[in-house]
Design a protein around this ligand. Sequence first.
Ligand code: SF4
Length: 319
Amino acid sequence: MTTSPDAVALQARLLAWFAANARDLPWRHTRDPYAILVSEIMLQQTQVERVIPKYLAFLTTFPTLAALANAPTAEVIRMWAGLGYNRRAVNLQRAARAVLEAHAGVFPREVAALLRLPGVGPYTAGAVACFAFEQDVAFIDTNIRRVLRRARVGPDQHAPAPAERELLALGAALVPSGQGWVWNQALMELGALICTAAAPSCHRCPIMAVCRANATWRTEEAALVLAMGANFAPAPARVVRRVAERRTEPYQGSRRWFRGRLVDALRALPSDVTMPLADLGPLVKADFQPTDLPWLHELVTALAHDGLVRLEDDHVRLP
Ligand code: SF4
């Protein structure tokens, strides 16, 4: 495949910037697919700073795939405390068990086989294939999606968002041969540190000169200067561009919040102790009433379905 001159420039600039600015993150020192999978699952919905100590502690407690696969699920859920989205802990253990049982403990290398592991989607499969096995694959996470869209398509607010398949094709065309690992790390790093969602720091960005979003913004600004007359100068605040942030639903009082509180309450119990539903209620909901029991029962049933708790005779515990 031939690569266009601006794509070559983009590759060279981004790789040079990454070589000089990459953060020293523990999962960048390993190619162990098990450790990479642990880091990727943790990083899906949790910030890097919070993940680092949890990642190190998790690998100390479960240093190998077999150690995780053979551990009681309750212990894995306990180790997940503080990371949120507890279902990831159960899925991670299920994936470890599947590698042990279906692949004799040897991680599959191909994206298609990785995708068959429980809880592993296209992003995680691509990340493991790339970061553990150094394959030149393209995949999309939030940071990569944002950088690719801005750099290769244009500003977020202009035109409808490109389809995932379209972005993946744009990403695949950019992966430099034999450098998939460093390329994908660099893209993610740029999205995390420079091309952030709310305030991309274009003035510090290594690919500004070849970025389509930035070119559009500069054209718009030049037109504004022209329209406003020679005395108009963009305010310094315009250098760091503010992009409208998406509103999020309040977390406290949400179903996810109650699920988290319920699992937290069970984490605090000794491993062989179960709790009656009626005693669990006030620990989950401050103004819990007996009339809330059906609501609590439904919440526990859903958690049991996800493998996070066990419900027996109206008594609940970690699995
Ligand atoms: S120039 Fe700005 S918009 Fe373009 S990739 Fe860099 S930070 Fe993002």
